[in-house]
Ligand binder design. Structure first.
Ligand SMILES: O=C(O)c1cc(=O)[nH]c(=O)n1[C@@H]1O[C@H](COP(=O)(O)O)[C@@H](O)[C@H]1O
Length: 267
C-alpha cells in the first residue's frame, strides 16, 4: 500500500488506528482455546470486528515465532486474511549485514505479503538499505522507543544531539517519506514536537497508548500533519478488552472509541 492509498484510507475512515495482533495463546478466551485453530480463529474475529475502525494491522512476529512452525503458518494465514484496504505491518524488528537483511526483506515482502516491516537500525546503512530498495513497501525504523530501556542508549547525548535524534535524521537521509516511517513511542510525548519539527512529512508508527499509558490526545496535538502522519498502535488494550466470549465485540467497542477520538483530532 503506497502513501497515497494510506492517506486516502485515513481520510475515509477518519482513523489512524493500527490494531496490534500480539496474540498470546495463553490469553485466548476459554471457549476458543480448545480449538486446534484457536489463534487463527481469534485473529479473524478481531480483524472482522475492528476493520471499520482502523487502517492498519501490526502482527508482532514474536508471538507467532514462539509457537514454532505452526505459528509461522498462522501468521501467514492471518496476513492473507487482512484486506488490501489495510496496511499490513510485520513487527519483526529485523536488521543485519546487507545480504542477510536482503533475505529478511524477501521473507516479509515477497514470501509473505506484508506492506511494511519494523527495522532496528543499530547496524547502519547497509543493514537498512535492502528494505528501502522496495519502493512499494514501507521500512519502519526504530527511532525513540516506548520502553524504559530507551534511556540506556537512545536518550544518551552524542555531542549536542540525542542518539535517537542522530539516528532518525541520518536514516531520513537514506530514504524518503514515501517508503520510510519511524517508530516513536507514545510514552515519549515530550519529544514529539521537536521530532515533528525536523521530520515534518514522515509517518510515525506510535505504539504505547493503552496498556503502556501514552496519551493519544497529546501525541495527536503535537504530531499530526496534513496527511495525518501518524499510525497509532494499540495491541493489548484492544485484543484483550474482554477475556470472555464477547472479546471481539469488546475489541470493536474499544477500537471504535479510539477511532471516534481520532476523528476529532483530524478535523
Ligand atoms: O515497534 C514497535 O511496534 C514497538 C516499538 C516500541 O517502542 N514499543 C512498542 O511497544 N512496540 C510494539 O508495540 C506493541 C505495543 O503493544 P501494547 O502495549 O499491548 O499496545 C508491541 O507489539 C510492541 O512490541
Amino acid at each position: 500500500m503506497n502513501r497515497q492509498s494510506l492517506v486516502e484510507q485515513i481520510k475515509k475512515k477518519k482513523s489512524y488506528l493500527c490494531v496490534g495482533l500480539d496474540t498470546d495463546p495463553d490469553k485466548i478466551p476459554a471457549h476458543l482455546k480448545q480449538r486446534p485453530d484457536a489463534v487463527l480463529a481469534f485473529n479473524k474475529a478481531i480483524i472482522d470486528a475492528t476493520l471499520d475502525a482502523c487502517v492498519s494491522y501490526k502482527i508482532n512476529t514474536a508471538f507467532y515465532e514462539a509457537m514454532g512452525p505452526r505459528g509461522w503458518e498462522i501468521m501467514e494465514e492471518t496476513v492473507h486474511y487482512i484486506p488490501s484496504t489495510h496496511l499490513k505491518i510485520a513487527d519483526a524488528k529485523r536488521g543485519d549485514i546487507g545480504n542477510t537483511s536482503s533475505q529478511y526483506a524477501k521473507a516479509f515482502f515477497e514470501a509473505l505479503p506484508f506492506d511494511a516491516i519494523t527495522v532496528a537500525p543499530y547496524m547502519g546503512a547497509d543493514s537498512v538499505q535492502p528494505f528501502l530498495e522496495y519502493d512499494n513497501k514501507w521500512t519502519i525504523v526504530l527511532g525513540l522507543t516506548s520502553n524504559k530501556g530507551a534511556a540506556d542508549f537512545e536518550l544518551q547525548k552524542m555531542g549536542e544531539e540525542y542518539l535517537y535524534e542522530k539516528v532518525m535524521k541520518t536514516v531520513a537521509s537514506w530514504g524518503n517519506p514515501g517508503n520510510l516511517m519511524f517508530v516513536v513511542g507514545a510514552t515519549q510525548a515530550e519529544a514529539f514536537s521537536a521530532i515533528r519539527s525536523w521530520l515534518p512529512d514522515h509517518f510515525f508508527l506510535v505504539p504505547g497508548v493503552g496498556a503502556q499509558g501514552g496519551s493519544l490526545r497529546e501525541i495527536s496535538e503535537k504530531a499530526l500533519n496534513k496527511d495525518a502522519g501518524l499510525l497509532v498502535n494499540a495491541s493489548r488494550a484492544i485484543i484483550y478488552a474482554s477475556e470472555k466470549e464477547d472479546f471481539a465485540e469488546e475489541a470493536r467497542i474499544i477500537a471504535s472509541q479510539y477511532q471516534a477520538e481520532m476523528s476529532n483530532y483530524l478535523q
